[in-house]
Design a protein around this ligand. Structure first.
Ligand SMILES: Cc1cc2nc3c(=O)[nH]c(=O)nc-3n(C[C@H](O)[C@H](O)[C@H](O)COP(=O)(O)OP(=O)(O)OC[C@H]3O[C@@H](n4cnc5c(N)ncnc54)[C@H](O)[C@@H]3O)c2cc1C
Ligand code: FES
Length: 359
């Protein structure tokens, strides 16, 4: 009797499995699909994975600063065909106009059907680099400099201000880090990484990464970079690890004789949050066109600080005249950047001359 019950139960289970497989095929939720890129390249795609990861498997790297968590919006692409309807996670990043043109977040769209996508040609040149960690240095109590030597490919071209994505081994997440080094050093990438409590990537970098380790990066990404078609006066504002891309921009300008007038404001809380002060003071001594203005918002008595004091927005306001023919490069927390945008607006800067990365 028991034997027959077992046979019947196994039969029922097999039937249910068969029905699920048929439903799966009918709904097209998995299996082999294709992605057509710019109407000319067709790649096979796994129906259970996103457009973002399917493209990455074929060495096409769409920016994905949050690693596919739908919090950065960097992976926005235009689909010509397929993709289904917009998900609630995508809504905050897709405007009405973009929705009409079927812009989507590549990390949120699974390839349930064949998809056609339009990608800027610049993205097709982005590569993955195997790198060797050659130097790790404490810049402050919570900020580290990481130097990576490129192994394969062994050179990179980037514009000063752009970023790369670092792959965290083991958990295979990716995070964006601005390049802090000189674009002329094509075999080296320096990153400035600030510890975020309980952060996955920063805990790895601060607690586990060692000289001699090999890590992978992709890039270069981003439209925050030095505009070279003008000789406009520049105002740079940074806080925390936002110093990274501005450092790369300044190294580049230095190599070209610092022809542009540059004022660089760096906001920190106390003296222990300052770093590379000597490097920028030296640059100031070398080039009369360059002025470095670090400011502390909450200096301690033991800091014996005789520099500027106050919120960086107030300091910028005090030191700035008319900016109607100037360019601004800002990098720091969203709160700092939003506040700075208001102050710069007061000094007549044109919106199209402001460039920033918020993180
Ligand atoms: C274009 C771009 C360039 C960037 N460049 C740099 C750079 O040069 N140096 C650098 O240090 N970082 C940079 N970042 C931020 C970086 O990509 C990571 O977001 C950051 O290092 C945190 O990663 P995590 O995995 O440690 O934290 P996660 O595990 O992603 O986050 C852990 C928790 O911390 C919160 N959190 C995340 N980031 C912050 C933050 N900055 N402050 C406070 N809370 C936070 C999250 O909401 C979450 O709750 C950049 C980001 C972008 C988009
Ligand atoms: S990768 Fe950040 S939203 Fe898609």
């Amino acid at each position: 009797m028991n034997f027959y019950v077992i046979i019947i139960m196994v039969g029922i289970l097999l039937l249910i499995t068969l029905i699920l497989i048929v439903i799966d095929k009918l709904l097209g939720s998995s299996g082999e699909r294709t992605i057509t890129i710019n109407e000319d390249t067709v790649i096979p795609a796994d129906g259970d994975e996103s457009v973002l990861s399917n493209l990455a498997k074929h060495n096409i790297f769409v920016p994905s600063a949050c690693g596919g968590k739908a919090t950065c919006g960097a992976c926005k692409v235009r689909l010509y065909e397929g993709g289904g309807s917009l998900k609630p996670t995508e809504e905050p990043f897709i405007s009405k106009e973009e929705r009409a043109q079927n812009y989507r977040l590549a990390c949120q769209v699974k390839v349930r059907e064949n998809i056609k996508v339009k990608l800027p040609t610049s993205l097709l040149h982005i590569k993955e680099y195997k790198t060797l960690v050659t130097h790790i240095e404490d810049l402050t109590y919570d900020i580290k400099l990481i130097r990576l030597q490129l192994l394969d490919p062994d050179t990179i071209d980037f514009k000063p201000g752009q970023y790369v994505q670092l792959k965290v081994p083991g958990i295979e997440i990716e995070r964006a880090y601005s390049i802090a080094s000189n674009p002329k050093d094509k075999n080296i990438i320096e990153l400035i990484v600030r510890m975020v409590p309980h952060g996955e990537a920063t805990t790895f970098v601060h607690r586990a990464l060692e000289v001699g380790d090999k890590v992978y990066i992709t890039g270069p990404f981003g439209d925050f970079y030095l505009r070279e078609e003008t000789n406009r006066e520049m105002i740079c504002i940074a806080g925390g690890s936002g110093k990274a891309p501005i450092r790369s921009i300044l190294m580049y300008l230095k190599d070209r004789g610092m022809k542009r007038k540059v004022k660089y404001f760096f906001g920190a809380r106390t003296k222990k949050d300052l770093y590379y002060t000597e490097e920028f003071k030296k640059l100031q001594e070398e080039f009369p066109n360059f002025e470095y203005i670090p400011a502390l918002s909450e200096p301690l008595p033991e800091d014996e600080w005789d520099g500027e004091v106050g919120l960086i927005t107030d300091v910028v306001d005090r030191f700035t005249g008319d900016l109607s023919d100037a360019e601004a490069y800002l990098c720091g927390s969203p709160g700092m950047i939003n506040a700075c945008l208001k102050v710069l607006g007061k000094h007549n800067i044109k919106d199209e001359n402001i460039f920033y990365d918020k993180f």
